[in-house]
Design a protein around this ligand. Structure first.
Ligand code: RTP
Ligand code: MG
Length: 141
């Protein structure tokens, strides 16, 4: 299996709940390494650009408003199968459907305030990593 990288964002609800460390532990226990990280309060422009693929969706406005409602913690995770592994740890988009023991089952409130974002493909992971980090900010080891 190839070493992959993916973007994880701990969303404003989970940052406000003070569970960054608990979520990081799940990455570490699954063999994913944090190779870059930054905390940021996204501007409307940054959130709109990041979620541009959802521009035409009915929930776009609410998504941007939520993602700019407080600081987020953005990290690049590296490991075997990192994209799928992170999505597995996250659980389903709607926490009501998320499997027990997943991040969203344990920390998310609703489909809007759902604790985390994770890239959904290697192609999008590369785009999302470049959106938030320069190559010199990545620290593989
Ligand atoms: P994310 O991009 O945040 O990791 O979430 P995801 O892949 O599981 O879900 P996606 O389809 O990409 O949707 C992005 C975010 O938009 C909100 N959403 N609301 N009300 C709705 O029907 C609805 N659908 C999606 C969620 O907060 C989702 O995380
Ligand atoms: Mg998505």
């Amino acid at each position: 299996m190839a070493l992959e990288r993916t973007i994880s964002i701990i969303k404003p609800d989970a940052v406000a709940k003070n569970v960054i460390g608990q979520i990081y532990s799940r990455f570490e226990n699954a063999g994913l390494k944090v190779v870059a990280a930054k905390m940021k309060h996204l501007s409307k422009k940054e959130a709109e650009g990041f979620y541009a693929v959802h521009r035409e969706r009915p929930f776009f406005g609410a998504l941007v408003e939520f993602m700019t409602s407080g600081p987020v913690m953005i990290q690049v995770l590296e490991g075997e199968n990192a994209v799928a592994k992170n999505r597995e740890l996250m659980g389903a988009t709607n926490p009501k459907d998320a499997a027990p023991g997943t991040i969203r089952a344990d920390f998310a409130e609703s489909i809007d305030a759902n604790a985390v974002h994770g890239s959904d493909s290697q192609e999008n992971a590369a785009i999302e990593i470049a959106y938030f980090f320069s190559t010199t900010e990545l620290c593989p080891r």
